[in-house]
Design a protein around this ligand. Structure first.
Ligand SMILES: Nc1ncnc2c1ncn2[C@@H]1O[C@H](COP(=O)(O)OP(=O)(O)OP(=O)(O)O)[C@@H](O)[C@H]1O
Length: 258
């Protein structure tokens, strides 16, 4: 049986001015599968999600999405007007043509925020807001969930629970999920595919295989030892100011520059 993908990016390239933001990036998104983008700050992860969503046009390469694909999106940055009186219930239902209390409750129950429905959305903690945003993304029965750092503002014990929830939702509804995460250690257990991005694809594959791969160990060995969210991104190359790949200086060169 052949698996039909939900979306496909081929050989994506993007510049902002003279800067290379993305170079030759390809990926495929499948139903009932989680693809996680990891990489350092400024690597182009959010920009790649925007290209996948059709919110940003690439300079080169092709973007394909299944016709009429239903997408639920949790953006990295979400601005809430502090003065707008809005309950969680109204907020989750904002995208509906007509308010549907039963559908809103169902989405809230899926992510465990039903007790928050009468609360003012401005009063939510960071972790609660992330779950509420997830409930909102689930409302239109998406086929694809795009989550940009769903773990931001979530405490360490809540993180593991959140990634387990995303896995359960994927299994129950068959969603394809593409997410950006800095929670390297947890993501390895909760994802089907990992793609390490730094303008270009540094490495990718199934987490079990990638985590044993010498290149992965070289890239993220320190993070595995540290065991927590902040990791150092080790490279066998570096990027110049335009994002182009240049070799690392040798020891001798480092000493000369140092
Ligand atoms: N509209 C824009 N104009 C110019 N530069 C931009 C624009 N949007 C993003 N960039 C730059 O593109 C680069 C990639 O940004 P992006 O937000 O995709 O990175 P990221 O990998 O998601 O980073 P982080 O982990 O910090 O969220 C950054 O250097 C950013 O400053």
């Amino acid at each position: 049986m052949s698996i039909t993908h939900l979306a496909k990016l081929e050989n994506i390239g993007l510049h902002f001015g003279q800067r290379v933001i993305l170079h030759d990036v390809s990926l495929e998104v499948y139903p009932q599968s989680v693809l996680t983008l990891i990489g350092p700050n400024g690597a182009g992860k959010s920009t790649l999600l925007k290209i996948l969503l059709g919110l940003q046009k690439p300079d080169s390469g092709s973007v394909w999405r299944q016709p009429d694909l239903r997408i639920g999106y949790v953006p990295q940055k979400f601005h809430l007007d502090r003065l707008l009186p809005l309950t969680v219930e109204r907020f989750i239902g904002l995208n509906l043509w007509r308010h549907d209390a039963a559908a809103v409750r169902l989405s809230a129950e899926e992510v465990g925020v039903q007790a928050l429905l009468p609360q003012a959305v401005q009063s939510l903690s960071g972790g609660e807001l992330q779950r509420v945003l997830l409930a909102r993304a689930l409302l239109n029965q998406p086929q694809l969930l795009v989550l940009d750092e769903p773990g931001q503002g979530v405490d360490v014990s809540g993180l593991s629970e959140l990634y387990q929830l995303i896995t359960r939702l994927k299994q129950k509804h068959g969603y394809g999920v593409v997410m950006v995460s800095h929670d390297l250690h947890l993501v390895m257990a909760a994802t089907d595919q990992v793609l390490c991005l730094n303008q270009h694809i540094c490495c990718s594959g199934q987490p079990e295989a990638v985590s044993r791969h010498p290149e992965y160990l070289r890239l993220f060995g320190d993070a595995r030892a540290a065991g927590f969210a902040v990791y150092t991104h080790h490279h066998d190359h570096q990027h110049d100011i335009h994002g182009c790949v240049v070799p690392l200086p040798t020891d001798g060169e480092e000493q000369r520059h140092g």
